[in-house]
Every structure is written in C-alpha cells, then in structure tokens.
Design a protein around this ligand. Structure first.
Ligand code: IMP
Length: 450
C-alpha cells in the first residue's frame, strides 16, 4: 500500500500519560513551518489530560482539545468518535483564548457527528460506581455512559446540540432520570464535576435544557459537517497530518485489563471509523507508540506484574510528577515490561517508538527491565487478563544507567552516552521496531529525532 507523505499518528504505547501531547505539539510545530497542518483527534474526551507550559509561566491543561491548538496555521479537529462535554469544552476554550488571542492560535473544527457526553452521563456513572466494579476506575467524566449511548443506539451528537433537538434532549434526560431513579437516586439533585469550578447540580429537565441551549449558541460556530473538507485535505499531500490518539493501547476496552479500561478504540484503527474510511491508518507513514523509557506508570486497580515496590518508585513519582493530570491520583510505578509493550505494539499496529523521560535516571541505580514472563517453567507472552498476569513471574535484566548531563547535552544519536545507546538497542530489538525519537527533558527542544 502506498504511504501518504507528511502523515503521523501518535498513540500511547502503554497505560497512558506517556507524554504524547508534547510529541504532537513538536510535530505540529515542525510541520507548520512547511505548510498547512491538520491535527485530528478521534477518541476519548474530558478523561485525557495534557498540561502545556508557556515561557511566561502560564499553564493550560488540555483535556478535550488536541495538542497543537496553540500553533498558528494548524487546524485542530475534534472527530466523530470523540465524546464531548460542552460546558467543559467552553471553559477549556476560554482558558486557551486567555493565553492566545483567537487569531493567533489554531483553527478549531468540531465534527457535527461527535458524541455528546453530558452531566447526565457523569451522574449515571457516579451512581453506577456503587453498583458495579466496572465504574470503579473511571475518571468520573461520564465517558463510558456516553459511548454506551452509541451501542444502545440513542446517542446525542453535536448536531443535536447546535440545532437544538429539544425532543431528543428531553427524552435523553428522562431516560437517565428513570435509570438513576431505578438505582435509588434523584438525577436532579445529583452533583457532578465541572472542569475547574465547584460541582454543580444536574438540576431539573428545564434547567438542564436551558444550560445546554446557551452552550449550543456558543459552540455553534465551531461545529460543521467536516467529511468533504477532511477528504480534500487528506488528498492534498502539501497538507501535513498529525493524528493524536487519546489514552493508550493498554487502556483500550479490548486490549486493556478490566476494570481499568476506557470505552473507546485507543488504537490507530479508530481513525478509520471516525473519518468514515477517509483515512486508512495503513496509509499513515509514521505510526508511533509513545512510551516512557526507563519505567512505566499506571493509575487504577490493575496489578502490574513489574510493579516497583522499592523506594525508587517514590523517587520517580516525585521527580517525574507521576500524578494523574485529570484526577490527580498518584500513579503506580513499574519496571519497563517488554512483554506488555510487545503486545501493545502488535495489537496497536505501532511501527515505530518514541521514548520519553530518558532523563529519569539515577547514577546509583541500574535500569531494570523485564524481558520475559515465566509461568512455571514455561516462557509466556503477555495477555490482557488480570488472573493470568497474577500468576506470571517477570524475568529481569539490568543495564547500567547513563550520565544525565551527557544525555542532556546530546543533539544526535552518536552523542548519546554509550549506555543509553545500548539501552535503546535492547528496547528496539525486544519490541521489534525502531526507535525514531527520544526526549531528554520537558522542553520542546529537548528531543532527538534519529
Ligand atoms: P474512563 O476513561 O474515565 O472511563 O476511565 C477508565 C480508565 O481509564 C480508568 O482507569 C482511568 O484512570 C483510565 N484513563 C482514562 N483516560 C486516561 C488517560 O488519559 N491517562 C491515563 N489513564 C486514563
């Protein structure tokens, strides 16, 4: 198959929070120097989180807006299979506009088919949490009930909001009120999270509808049928494309470990369905999985086979700020688990790796990496099944750490400390694909492309 030039797709290659946002930001920045660029996000919603820091010290946490929103000349697209919470989105837009005047930032387009994720979903998810273990690990942003609406064939979409289909919205409220009443609670009285302010009551049907009507007026100008426009940009090879996946392959509802899974397709496959077949992911030139280089992190109840139990975990958590961007929960820290990463590479169709956090390294600690699992005497591969994973014993290898100063000073592969080069070779050999880039610190310029 012929590859489409100037096309990149970036996904999380582990359990999320690998640092995808800054990679997307860097790529969009580069591509925008050469011509127009589209940044397309196809999955997830307010469950994602990426904080952008400006030289002025200002910080903006992006949740629903793709990275690249601050880059002039780019068009960022919120695609058909995203689940969008209108008032959180408006608040996020207001924060973005505070930093960058509308004329200086990227253009924003929202697919009119994008799915709505509303306060009703947040309330239902919270009530459900008391009933089933599946809701336990969620970010509380109503993501899975919004996706469940699609499977149950009654989703509300962006166009229902902006053309305000009151009958549909009313039916939606009444259905959730009935479900929640069945579980012993009153929808109108339940409080749900807002992006940054205090919790608010969902309110009566009338209050809920009035709030949405106001939001519809404000979001209206950004919402459009984008199908033909997208097809035109994709066939114009002068236009750069960056597909930004949310969450990570290890959080996919098919490839993750229950109950810590999200409800969307977190693999590159989701791009095909969200764009209605316009973009065949097989044609995307670079399909990169982002992973942390020297360790792994995860939030939730899953028990990682390579969980770090030493004080090194606390050290890493503090140094690398390993607390959830959306929920602020402390993350579990684990040794790099190559059987898991091999699995995510295979099912995620990842063709190259980007390693972040190469600078999370300690002179007094070797880099410990799990290369295989043993089940009894047998060597086994990773499977997304907690019961299976509880029984495996990781096999580790240790590599010498590298000099942090020498790493920070390196501009190209040859200048990397030889220990870092040996580490990269091992990762690439074990996962079976090349490493295209590493990051050596948090700033945009602290990255080396090979
Ligand atoms: P949900 O997406 O809110 O339904 O949450 C499902 C699971 O995915 C939970 O364990 C979350 O903590 C996890 N999760 C969702 N989004 C992210 C993310 O962007 N980074 C890391 N974990 C996430």
């Amino acid at each position: 198959m012929k590859l489409r030039p100037r096309s990149y797709a970036i996904c999380g290659g582990a359990f999320g929070d690998e640092g995808k946002g800054r990679i997307v930001d860097m790529l969009v920045h580069q591509l925008s120097q050469e011509g127009p660029v589209v940044v397309y996000r196809d999955n997830g919603g307010a469950n994602a989180g990426h904080t952008v820091e400006f030289p002025t010290g200002q910080r903006v946490a992006l949740h629903q807006l793709p990275s690249g929103v601050f880059i002039q000349g780019a068009v960022v697209v919120l695609g058909k299979e995203m689940v969008l919470h209108p008032s959180d989105l408006l608040e996020e837009l207001a924060q973005v506009n505070q930093v960058e005047a509308t004329a200086d930032r990227a253009e924003i387009k929202i697919d009119e088919m994008a799915i709505l994720s509303l306060d009703t979903h947040r309330a239902f998810e919270a009530v459900l949490k008391d009933w089933q273990s599946g809701g336990k690990g969620s970010t509380g942003r109503g993501i899975s009930p919004a996706y469940a609406d699609v499977l149950l064939r009654h989703p509300l979409r962006m166009r229902d909001l902006v053309h305000f289909d009151e009958a549909k919205v009313s039916q939606h409220y009444q259905m959730y009120a009935a479900l929640i009443q069945g579980l012993g609670q009153n929808l109108a009285e339940l409080e749900v999270s807002t992006l940054s302010g205090p919790k608010i009551k969902v309110g009566t049907e009338k209050e809920f509808i009035n709030r949405l009507k106001q939001q519809a007026d404000q979001l209206g100008p950004l919402v459009a049928d984008i199908h033909d426009w997208l097809a035109e940009q994709w066939s114009d090879h002068k236009c750069g494309f960056v597909f930004e996946k949310a969450q990570a392959v290890g959080l996919d509802y098919r490839w993750g470990v229950y109950p810590d899974v999200t409800a969307s397709d977190t693999t590159f496959g989701g791009i095909f369905s969200a764009t209605e077949g316009v973009v065949d992911p097989e044609m995307i030139e670079i399909k990169a999985g982002v992973i942390k280089a020297t360790y792994m992190s995860s939030v939730g109840t899953r028990k990682l086979p390579t969980l770090m139990k030493s004080e090194l975990a606390d050290r890493i958590r503090q140094d690398a700020h390993e607390y959830g961007a959306t929920t602020k929960r402390p993350r579990d820290i684990a040794y790099l688990d190559l059987p898991a990463l091999r699995f995510f590479q295979k099912v995620g169709r990842i063709n190259t790796l980007i390693l972040t956090h190469m600078d999370v390294i300690y002179a007094d600690q070797p880099v410990k990496v799990c290369t295989a699992y043993k089940l009894g005497k047998e060597t086994v591969e990773y499977r997304p099944d907690q019961e299976f994973l509880n029984d495996v014993t990781p096999v580790y290898t240790e590599l010498p750490s590298w000099d942090a100063k020498k790493l920070a000073a390196a501009q190209k592969y040859d200048q990397l400390p030889k220990e870092a080069q040996a580490f990269l070779k091992l990762i690439s050999r074990e996962i079976g694909i090349p490493v295209m880039m590493i990051t050596t610190g948090p700033q945009r310029e602290q990255g080396i492309v090979f």
